[in-house]
Design a protein around this ligand. Structure first.
Ligand SMILES: NC(=O)CC[C@H](N)C(=O)O
Length: 240
C-alpha cells in the first residue's frame, strides 16, 4: 500500500478531495500533514493540494512556500520522492523553486471553473505512464491564477526535454487559443521537474476519479493509477 501525504495549509480546500481519492477510491494509506509539521514522514507520494492557501495574499502560494513542512517536501523531492502539486499546489511548487516559472492572473481576469481537455504530451512520467502520448483527458480547472509563464529559454528547455506533460487542447486534440482557459504560454497545463519526480498541473485530477460524480471516463484516475503503478502497487488495488 502506498503512503500518500496530503499537505494541509490554512485555506487548502482540495485536501479532502485528494485524501478521498487516495484513501477511498484507490485504497491507499493516505494521511493529512498539517503545514506546521516538519516532516512528511515516510510518504511515497506527497500531494500539494488545491485551494487558497493564506487566502492567496501577496501571490497564490507565496506564503505557503514558507510553511515549515515545505523544507521536508524539498528534501523529499531532492531525494527523488514523488510530489504532485495541483492548482494551488502547482503555484506553491513554483514559488518554492521546485518547478520553474510562475502562474499569473488568468488573461480574462476572471476565475475560470470548467472542464478542460488536456493532451498527454509525455506518457513516460511517473504520473502519466497509464496513458499514451496524445491521449486527450477531460479534467476540470478552477482557478484565478493559472496563466503559466516562464522566459522563452525555459519554455524551450521544457519542450525539448519532454517536461511539458499536459497541454490545453480542443476536444479533438488541437492546440487552439480557445482551448486555453487562462492564457498559459504554449497552452501549458502541467510540467515536470528535471528529475521527473515533481509534477505541477493546474487542472484537478482528484475531482474526477469516479464516474459517479459525472465525469465519464473519470480521467483524473489516470494520474493516480500511474503514480501507483510507478510505486509498484498491484493493479487490482488501483481501480477504477
Ligand atoms: N483551485 C485552486 O487551487 C485555486 C488556486 C488559486 N487560489 C487560484 O485561484 O488560482
Amino acid at each position: 500500500m502506498a503512503r500518500i501525504a496530503v499537505l494541509v495549509f490554512p485555506g487548502s480546500n482540495c485536501d479532502h478531495d485528494a485524501y478521498h481519492a487516495a484513501k477511498h477510491v484507490f485504497g491507499q494509506d493516505a494521511r493529512f500533514v498539517w503545514h506546521k509539521e516538519d516532516s512528511v514522514g515516510d510518504a511515497d507520494l506527497v500531494i500539494v493540494p488545491g485551494g487558497f492557501s493564506y487566502g492567496d495574499y501577496l501571490r497564490s502560494g507565496a506564503i505557503a512556500r514558507f510553511s515549515p513542512v515545505m523544507n521536508d517536501v524539498v528534501r523529499h523531492a531532492n531525494e527523488g520522492g514523488l510530489v504532485m502539486g495541483v492548482c494551488n499546489g502547482f503555484q506553491v511548487l513554483c514559488e518554492a523553486g521546485l518547478l520553474p516559472g510562475a502562474l499569473l492572473r488568468n488573461v480574462s481576469l476572471r476565475f475560470v471553473c470548467r472542464d478542460a481537455h488536456l493532451r498527454v504530451e509525455n506518457a513516460e512520467t511517473p504520473f502519466t505512464n497509464a496513458a499514451a502520448s496524445g491521449d486527450v483527458l477531460t479534467i476540470p480547472v478552477a482557478h484565478g491564477d493559472g496563466n503559466y509563464t516562464a522566459d522563452e529559454a525555459t519554455l524551450d528547455a521544457l519542450e525539448a526535454n519532454g517536461r511539458v506533460v499536459f497541454r490545453y487542447v480542443s476536444a479533438s486534440g488541437e492546440v487552439t487559443p480557445e482551448a486555453n482557459p487562462n492564457g498559459s504560454a504554449r497552452n501549458i497545463a502541467g510540467i515536470i521537474n528535471e528529475g521527473g519526480n515533481v509534477l505541477g498541473m493546474m487542472p484537478h485530477p482528484e475531482r474526477c476519479v469516479e464516474e459517479l460524480l459525472g465525469h465519464e471516463g473519470a480521467d483524473g484516475a489516470v494520474l493516480f493509477r500511474s503514480a501507483l503503478a510507478h510505486l509498484g502497487e498491484p493493479a487490482e488495488a488501483v481501480a477504477p
